[in-house]
Every structure is written in C-alpha cells, then in structure tokens.
Design a protein around this ligand. Structure first.
Ligand code: GAR
Length: 197
C-alpha cells in the first residue's frame, strides 16, 4: 500500500476517518506517521492506532524557515526508509513552506471546509456564513505555495440551513469532507507517484 503521512492541528476527526479507511483489509494506503504543530487532541487517534507521532511547534524554532525545515525533517524521519507517497493536511492550520513543498512535489494535499476559491484561509466556515451564502461545502486541493490556491482535486456541496451556526454548519461539512478525502487519498494511493522533474 501507499505510505502516507498526515498533518493535523485539531481534534482529528478527519484523521480518524483516514485511520479507519486504512485499517480496511483492501485499503490502498497505510498511515505511517502523524505530525502536529502542537499538542493537538487528534494525536490520541494516532496513538490509539499505534501510529508513530511527532510534534513540531512553530514557537520552538527561531524563524518560520527553521520550523519548515524541521517539519520536513520530521516527515522524513517518520516515514523511515523512503519518503511518503502522499502528505495529507487534515485540519493542519499552518502553511507549509518551501522545504516541505520541494521535498514532496505534487504529493501534498489539503482539505478545506469551503468551496474554493471562495473563502480560503483559517475561517472558511465562518467567512461563508458571514457572507450569507446558501451553499458551501468542502474542497480537496493539491497544496502549492499560496493560501488554498492549489489545483482542485475534489469538491462537494453542502447547503446552509436557516439558523446554522459556525459549529453546526462545520459539523455537516465535515461529514461529507471526511468521505471525500478518503476517496481522494484512496485514488491517489492507487496511482503511481510522479517522477521528480
Ligand atoms: C476540517 O474541516 C478541515 O477542513 C479544516 O479543519 C477541520 C479539521 O477538523 N481545515 C482548515 O480549515 C484548513 N484551513 P478535525 O480536526 O476534526 O479533523
């Protein structure tokens, strides 16, 4: 199976869905490590599944570039003998930098709780709600150097309900988001890795 590394910052419900999918007997991928940028509650899902974890907090590093290099090194160390086939940002709330990007060209994906290119950034659900949209959703993209600007790999719509709060809407988005991300990871895992240019 393809070897994937998952990066998280939060509760990790998306990670939990990936772990469940990876545990299926016919899964095309295995999760070889989970990395967080802090003491993320979601790390518990990885520990419970006996998946190695690492924590690389930004504040432990003098500059963002140092942090980015430490993150790239931690990904390499967690994945062991060979680089991972795929790096999945599953609620990772920081931008990865050039060291991480250049180590995994075209093989980093991110899931976002809005219909990109609308409402990029850290508050996709809140911003969509504040704008008064009637339909929002979730998007899986290939990560590039921008803020949620990469190529769109998959997208699903979710209706905004009368009286929705950021929390209720986000929970409904996450349901379709988790399923979509598992589908994308499974199909990328089944495809051959691109050769470096
Ligand atoms: C997900 O909805 C994900 O799209 C979002 O964080 C949530 C993580 O939930 N990511 C972003 O907003 C990235 N800008 P989880 O911790 O329960 O998996």
């Amino acid at each position: 199976p393809a070897r994937i590394i998952v990066l998280i910052s939060g509760t990790g419900s998306t990670l939990a869905a990936l772990i469940r999918a990876a545990q299926a007997p016919d899964s095309a991928f295995e999760i070889v490590g989970v990395l967080a940028d802090g003491d993320a509650p979601g790390l518990a899902h990885a520990r419970q599944a006996a998946i190695p974890t690492a924590v690389v907090p930004l504040r432990d590093h003098p500059t963002r570039a140092d942090w980015d290099r430490a993150l790239a090194a931690a990904i390499a160390e967690l994945s062991g003998r060979a680089l991972p086939d795929l790096v999945v940002l599953a609620g990772f709330m920081k931008l990865v930098g050039p060291a991480v990007l250049s180590a995994h060209p075209g093989r980093i994906i991110n899931t976002h709780p809005a219909l990109l290119p609308s409402f990029p950034g850290a508050h996709g659900v809140r911003d969509a709600l504040a704008h008064g949209v009637k339909i929002t959703g979730a998007t899986v993209i290939e990560v590039d150097a921008g803020i949620d600007t990469g190529r769109i790999l998959a997208q699903r719509a979710v209706e905004v309900h009368e009286g929705d709060t950021e929390e209720t809407l986000h929970e409904r988005i996450k349901v379709v988001e988790r399923e979509m991300l598992v589908d994308v990871v499974s199909s990328l895992a089944a495809a051959p890795a691109p050769q470096p240019a």
